[in-house]
Design a binder for this molecule. Sequence first.
Ligand code: A3P
Length: 315
Amino acid sequence: MSRNRERVIEAVESCFSENEKTSPEDMLFSYKGILYPTAFSSPETLEALKSLEIRSDDVILAGYPKTGTNWLEEMVRELESADAKYTEEEMKERINAEKEQQMFPRLEFGDPGIYERMKKLPSRRIISTHLHPHLLPFSILQGKAKVLVLLRNPKDTAVSYYHFYNNMPVLPSFASWDEYFAAFMNGKLAWGSYFDQLVEWNQYIDHEKIMMISYEELKENPILGMKKIAAFFEFSLDEEDFHRIAKKTSFQAMKEKSKETHGKFGDILFRKGIVGSWRDLFSKAQNEEMDRKFEDSIGRTKLAAKIKYNVYCKA
Ligand code: A3P
């Protein structure tokens, strides 16, 4: 079992059972105007996050929910391990350290004491988050560590999040796609507005320690995508490593192993894994509304060019 996995399964499964008792209105809390799942985080934890000491070799992965975070994280863990050439013993020690420190799969999850415990993790730490940049410790954005930001076109992200919301017992369900669509457009979902988050990330698009990569480019050419990631983090791998990791992290391969790697959560997470599934749900009016919103919020930015809206989102 790979690093951090047992903890992921444990954390998610305990939330499944605990949340059977939570009423929908208590499933989310608001912190500085943005919603978060009560089962995984708290205002105290988000406050305590300011105290996190970033290391220059931390590997930070960021992105809005449902942009493919679990996939990217798996790729990056594999790339990092191949570069570090950990022995089996070292690998075990790393897994144990994450277990002992009771780590969670996202930076913003857990109890407020988690940031103190993170000091005990060996380098290189791989840290994933869905938070808006302004909520991250300031030293990250000042360039103390490298950040890889994952982007995904808004229509597929919205559809993926819709199914996730309705299947995750820790999030309040929506009665219909139309009701959910309005919430997505208004940022009334956990982790807030997709659009606001991108407007913020766009300010960092030329930052030398921040790189953006899209779900769609990783789908189109995973090996090329991984080579860009490896170059950014200065990981050195053989050609065959890239091919091995591409095979191991394909949607099919990850889905097949998901019971073991993600427990019950696997069935919810590994849904379709394709580009363009938004076409099943968007009405003509919703397409037009999304096109307008994208254009008005980030349409003319460099980050929008990276998302290739006209290629992936035009009806
Ligand atoms: P869909 O719901 O469109 O299928 P996140 O990890 O940020 O929660 O994102 C989940 C999305 O990434 C889901 O999209 C999921 O199927 C997709 N995904 C997970 N693993 C993948 C992989 N190995 N290859 C491609 N897509 C993957």
